[in-house]
Design a protein. Sequence first.
Lengths: 306, 300
Amino acid sequence: MTAVAERRTAPQFSTVTRLRGWFRNPWGKPRFLVLVTWAYILWSIVPVLIAVQFSFNATRSRTIWDSFSTRWYWGDPVDSVWHDPTLRHALVQTFKLAGADVLIAVPLGVLLALGLARWHGRGSGASNFIMLFPLVTPEIVMGVSLLLVFSELFTFIHTGTLAQILGHVTFSISFVVVIVRGRLFSIGRQYEEAAADLGASPFVALTRVLLPLLTPAIVASAAVVFAISADDFVISQWLSKGGDTDTVPIRIYSATRAAPLPSVNAIATIMLVSTLLIVTLGFLAWRFLTRGERGQKSDDLGALGL
Amino acid sequence: MYRRWLWPGFAFPGILWLILLFVVPFYAVVGVAFGTVDPILLQPVPIWNPLDWNVGWLNEVLHRLAPGGIWFDVGIRTIVYVALSLALCLVIGYPVAYYAARHAGRLKGLILILIILPLWISYMMRMLAWVNLLQTDGYVNRFLTFTHVLSQPRDWLAGSSSTVIFALVYGYIPYLILPLFASLDRIDRSHLEAARDLGASPWQAFRTVTLPLSKIGILGGAVLITLPMFGDYYTPNIVSQSPQTSMIGNQIDLYFHGGPQPTIGAALTFVLAGFLTLLMAYYMWSIHRAQQDVGAVGAL
């Protein structure tokens, strides 16, 4: 009886023993990791939030906060995003490139993904290899190659919007392929085969069965392509002919090297909000279209492009 | 059920696009790098036939990169910057990915979103944010002088190597954390439990089970950020603008956007691409070996 009562009272460990126990406890949460993780998250996001804050500054300073104003968005008659033609054109050019990129790269990439996933004949290995290469090539190498090919070989294409669109599509296709092919592997072939057994022609099986099943991946890849195109700096810069063909990242780059106004923060904020909006919509569409297929968490990561 | 030509036919437009706008352009770099220069117009004259190639420019570039050459410092600096940034990225990124994959619990979804978020924030926007913070009268200097770490504000943006490495780490770390997270998240907990049941200390279990099983993620993430870092020129340009911190990418950029001799720029691009291909080949080889190791662990 007494022995049980003794055992029930809390054992009195010294602080050192408790600390060692806390440290050694294999299943407890290591507090050091919690600290590092949250510090990292703050470090990665807070500077951007401060940059967003200064886009609403009432004065010309990007370092000393005055008061809230929308001066740099449309208030200022000369230097605001709305009134400064270089900034306005940069926005238009960025959306133009991203839109064209989505319209060209997504269909090409979907077809390529289907082809590469199902074609096992001669040449399929090499095609797969070529498809993967743009993913690992540094952008400066791609930029130099495209600039030289347009100046030495395909001389009928000049630097500017067309060259930029061609360049953006070139680095975007592989992202579409990776996303769509992941989806193709996860749905397998049984639905198409069932459709064929029930008498569907290959065309019907493709358009009425496979295509709807691929829709989530197509929507997600469109969002990803839009985001990577809008964020791209190197290819846009190498293939720009200056002036109206400079995109928002190029404007931000050249502005940080000069003496920028908060209007640069404002245009960066506009791009930030648009990209996050598109990516969030793409993600929600993916979740909505794949509802009832839960339990495949890796697919959610796939939708985000990785 | 489908015709034989259907799938190759589907792949054809995309492959044709990549051949015309990825493979052929790279051959254009090779043609210019092994070409000659028009003596009057100073324009590059590419040579397309490999039998007629002129290796003079390649020799010139290799001489400049060799010890004693004018680019030797730049080459060494590039390697040191990339190596230090990679090491810092791993030191910061591994614990974050480990925590998110193993211990985040209910917060896992939220932490994952917050880790992915920087990937969707434009690189230039994130650099702009730090340029603002690091101004002489910016928040960083004000904080450091307020806490008396610095007696007076410091000009961080005037050619300091530490600022460039800091910016590289800040810019590329999200691309490392995600593959690390994916590989750590995939590890079967029962392996770890088995190690613990067999008497391994937490540290031993980490070293002998978790670390080897996440090797593929470490290598993949490292390659994913190392390759673009070697071709980076905009980060040093934004946060320093000094020749003291210029990297190989800056030299290439100079030869096309400032200098008159694209031929040397093309030869340097060719050398860089060759170097990175070697790096890539080493990576493929290590992945192959790591997969064999993991296969062995799985078989056990």
